[in-house]
Write a protein that binds this ligand. Structure first.
Ligand code: 1QQ
Length: 451
């Protein structure tokens, strides 16, 4: 088991290092998504989650401090309750722990770990413990389908949080929907996710609600910008969905000029052609929809070939794991946010305090969202259990009743007060925009929230 995790951790680190090298031939193809062994274990995948981010943030020092993190949770203000006991209730976490998509997935694992800790400290599900069962989806559709099937059929979870990408959700969600297993998408933002089926909901606000905010912020800071070059990954469902929203915002809402549209693949590392064409169109602003490794390399090459204007990044650039890829060149990128660690609600500050104590950094959006997905399922289970004791229902009935309960509840979460539409789309009020600020070391940085 340890070996599997060590391998997973290694793959993540290799992906990061390769991405960070950025070079033409080297960088970042999907690192063995299909070879990644699906971990059989049900324990939280600690090595991948705790070591890899340290490598991306503050290399040597943080990495050696990391083990201490587990002692720190005393510092949190989690509401205390009697320790839960009895048969645990299992919730599946199907996110990418390996491949380039782990650049998002490791943040999701961290958010989920904090949720499990805090929610159990607060009494679990009316006294019964919550147990998160992790299955690695890696970066592709087949990995997501395997992880879902294992969680539903072998681990017998009551619900699933996952997968990481919309591209994976369109493949795996219909299987859970057919089996009557509730799914909460933690980061699936393409249009059409909630419509996949009755059992599919998401706490990740769609691109339509989030993406335009970044373009507005970039324009406010650069009011003379007129011509916009748009880049997107044409082999990724989210990127295709987001670019439609970006392009409409440019032409219809903001009446700017679409100077050129350039396409690439999420596995690409050399963007010479796209960047050359893009710069030839003389844009004042660039907008990118892609995943983290490809987008980071694209940003780097845009700057290297001389583009000096503002860059707007979509949701795929919304992770500090981007920083080692474009390094100093990440500086200034505008990224819209569906979460802010600065939100002052008690539930968010409790989450942030616990997260910082364990990982020595602020949670990013993907951690805030995975925490929220677990919280929603746990609160819905509590409400259901109060009406009908869970242990009087068989698994199929627990799943179907839970699905109904998820959709009717309202939840006070780190994302703010949220609820769901009938279809399972999130109703969320607070959105933010941030700008990346790189430190002088050129390797570490942060998202600075714009007022
Ligand atoms: C999607 C996304 C990705 C950027 C999530 C990691 O928003 O696939 O829908």
């Amino acid at each position: 088991m340890q070996r599997v995790y060590r391998l997973a951790a290694l793959l993540v680190v290799v992906a990061l290092v390769i991405s960070a090298c950025g070079g033409q031939q080297a960088a970042a193809p999907a690192v063995a998504p299909t070879q990644a062994p699906a971990p059989k274990a049900t324990e939280a995948p600690k090595p991948a989650a705790t070591q890899a981010p340290a490598a991306t943030q503050a290399p040597a020092a943080k990495a050696t401090e990391a083990p201490k993190a587990t002692e720190a949770p005393k510092a949190t203000e989690a509401p205390k309750a009697a320790a839960p006991s009895g048969e645990p209730i299992k919730i599946g976490i199907a996110v990418a722990q390996t491949s380039n998509v782990a650049l998002f997935g490791q943040e999701q694992v961290q958010g989920a770990q904090i949720a499990e800790d805090l929610l159990n400290k607060a009494g679990g599900i009316n006294g019964r413990p919550v147990k998160l069962v992790y299955q690695d989806t890696a970066g592709d559709e087949a990995g997501a389908i395997n992880a879902f099937n294992t969680l539903m059929n072998n681990d017998k979870v009551v619900a699933i949080v996952g997968p990481t990408l919309s591209q994976q959700a369109f493949a795996a969600d219909p299987i859970a929907d057919k089996a009557g297993v509730p799914v909460i998408g933690p980061s699936n933002t393409a249009v059409g996710i909630a419509e996949i089926g009755d059992y599919i909901a998401r706490i990740s606000a769609p691109v339509t609600a989030v993406a335009p905010n970044a373009v507005r912020a970039a324009l406010a800071a650069n009011p003379n910008a007129k011509r916009v070059a748009v880049f997107y990954a044409q082999n990724d469902a989210f990127s295709k969905s987001e670019t439609v929203v970006f392009q409409r915002t440019v032409t219809d809402t903001l009446k700017l000029e679409l100077a050129t549209v350039q396409t690439h693949q999420t596995t690409d590392t050399d963007f010479t052609t796209q960047v050359t064409n893009g710069i030839a169109a003389k844009p004042d602003m660039v907008i990118i929809s892609g995943l983290a490794a490809d987008s980071g390399n694209l940003v780097k090459q845009l700057r290297e070939l001389g583009f000096k204007g503002p860059i707007v990044g979509g949701n795929g650039l919304n992770t500090p794991n981007l920083f080692p890829v474009c390094k100093a060149q990440c500086d200034g990128i505008f990224v819209a946010q569906a979460y802010s660690p600065e939100a002052t609600s008690a539930v968010n500050q409790t989450f942030v305090t616990a997260f910082k104590a364990k990982f020595q950094k602020d949670p990013g959006q993907f951690s805030g969202q995975s925490y929220t997905a677990v919280q929603v399922i746990v609160e819905a289970l509590k409400a259901l259990d109060q009406k009908t004791k869970l242990d009087t229902l068989d698994l199929a009935k627990q799943r179907s009743e839970l699905n109904k309960q998820i959709l009717v509840g309202t939840y006070d979460t780190p994302l703010g007060k949220i609820s769901f539409t009938d279809k399972g789309d999130i109703k969320q009020e607070a959105f933010y925009t941030a700008q990346i600020k790189m430190n002088s070391d050129g390797n570490t940085g942060r998202f600075v929230f714009l007022k």
